[in-house]
Design a protein around this ligand. Structure first.
Ligand code: TNX
Length: 486
């Protein structure tokens, strides 16, 4: 049997003799029934058999999923560590916590034969070579972002992305919920946001928005895949849609019109108006109440129509409004222009791999104030950048096209000078959607480059990523992912 191709690359893989066959009669034994059901559903994608999920004592021939607080050799302190042991008698996934068990299930998924493309796949049994894997992630935050403002995408598309992300052991989904082109989340007491604020998008299409129930469904589904949702309300710039809905939030003399273009930097809240802070208080309060995760993203990028004099106190105040709700604020690196961020405020760097202008300094300002950083260098992991020249969709402002090879061609530990790895919370790949209109468009820009992002965020050292990505392309095809150039 051929060597398994694993991505993200685990810490340690020891291949042994023999194999285990999953098929009719194999049981999944666990006292974590949701994880057992999840593994059964993963196996159904490959096998024409329904494996029973039971509790109680395990026997030879079973697949066992179990909590084990005292696994030797596992990095202390990471809830995502796991061990996966395949031998002739059984498959055992054990881990100190559920998140690790879920990560182990994703690794087992990649050990299953990829039979896509073979003429007559044997769909009744799957043979898995004996192996022992010990694994844990490099970074605690491994994210993907979807912009649902420039073009709106609803619950089904987002849940599909959650499944794709979970398979790569990504654990955060950042939703860019608001921008100039549309406000996409219902806020009680502010009905115009989801009327005149939501019925626009790039190119003038119908737009749309998530109801509170939609958002809760997404959050709940994400949690079942061990993914935490990070909601973003971008401000004080990127707010034209909110201003269309409530013109009183705009600076005096501004009459906002719905915006269908792709320019940035022309809108701003009136940061000197108390009404603006009442509005933001309602928005953050509602989001905090429906978001179980620890973070609320306040944007803060490209506020070119806000003076620095107004921008700084605005960011200082809004970060405190987030901490007052018991959440940690995240902002794009520009927020480092304020030297009065709420304690723990996280910066998200989106400059280039060699920082230009003041972008590196803004990020280190956040770090100097005690905050961690999420790294999203635009010329490496902005997956809205076209993967090759003259591609049918995608932008190219960061440095021209961004091929797969560039995704991992940087080191998170040395990107921002003076910021070492302990300050790096993690890595996130944004997908802005100015040119993205369909699920196929999403797939084409995200894949296969998102695989390399996942490897960078999880593996302790990236090596050989392109060949592993290429080896996994048939699996993407089997999962009906319309991946782009590799
Ligand atoms: C910059 S990245 C933006 C977005 C655009 C993106 C397009 C960032 C924080 N702001 O508003 O959609 O470029 O690549």
């Amino acid at each position: 049997m051929s060597r398994p191709v694993l991505l993200p690359q685990p810490r340690s893989v020891i291949e042994n003799d023999g194999s285990f066959t999953i098929g009719e009669g194999t049981r999944i034994v666990t006292d974590r029934p949701e994880l057992g059901d999840y593994l059964a559903s993963v196996l159904r994608e490959v096998l024409d058999c329904e494996l029973p999920v039971s509790t109680g004592a395990a026997a030879e021939g079973d697949i066992v999923i179990e909590i084990n607080a005292s696994i030797d050799d596992l990095e202390a302190g990471t809830v995502e560590a796991y061990r996966l042991t395949v031998d002739r008698r059984s498959i055992i996934i054990d881990a100190p916590a559920d998140a690790g068990l879920a990560a182990g299930i994703q690794t087992l998924r990649q050990l299953l034969p990829a039979d896509a493309g073979s003429a007559v796949p044997d769909r009744t049994r799957a043979e898995i070579s004996a192996v022992q894997i010990l694994d844990w992630p490099r970074f605690a935050y491994r994210g993907v972002m979807l912009d649902i403002s420039r073009h709106f995408f609803g619950v089904d598309t987002i849940m599909r992305l959650i499944d794709q992300a979970a398979a790569l052991k990504l654990n955060y989904l950042h939703l860019h919920l608001t921008d100039d082109q549309g406000w996409r989340i219902e806020i009680p007491g502010w009905p115009e946001l989801t009327r005149s604020g939501a019925d626009s998008q790039v190119g003038g299409g119908p737009g749309g928005f998530l109801t509170t129930a939609d958002y809760e469904q997404i959050v709940h589904y994400a949690a079942s895949r061990f993914i935490t949702v990070v909601p973003e309300i971008d401000m004080p710039g990127h707010t034209n849609a909110a201003l269309v809905a409530y013109p009183e939030l705009a600076p005096a003399g501004v009459t906002p019109e719905p915006y269908h273009g792709t320019e940035v930097g022309f809108s701003t809240f009136d940061t000197r108006s108390e009404a603006v802070y009442e509005f933001i208080g309602d928005v953050i309060g509602h989001l905090a109440s429906i978001t179980p995760g620890p973070y609320i993203h306040i944007g803060g990028d490209e506020s070119h129509s806000t003076t620095l004099e107004d921008y700084r106190p605005f960011i200082a105040r809004v970060t405190r409004m987030v901490t007052a709700q018991g959440k940690l604020p995240i902002g794009w690196h520009e927020i480092g222009a304020s030297d009065d961020l709420a304690e723990g405020t996280i910066g998200q760097y989106w400059g280039t791999r060699i920082p230009e202008n003041d972008e590196g300094e803004r990020a280190s300002s956040v770090a100097r104030q005690g905050g961690q950083l999420i790294l999203s260098p635009a010329d490496a992991i902005y997956l809205d950048m076209m993967p090759e020249a003259d591609f049918r969709i995608g932008l190219d402002w960061a440095k021209g096209p961004t091929p797969l090879a560039d995704v991992t061609d940087w080191d998170p530990a040395t990107l921002i000078s003076g910021v070492d790895e302990s300050v790096v919370l993690g890595v996130e790949a944004p997908l802005w959607t100015e040119t993205v209109e369909t699920e196929d468009d999403i797939d084409t820009l995200l894949f296969p480059r998102l695989l390399a992002v996942a490897d960078l965020a999880w593996a302790d050292a990236v090596s050989d990523v392109e060949s592993r990505v290429h080896a996994l392309l048939p699996r993407l095809a089997a999962a009906s992912i319309q991946y782009g150039p590799a």
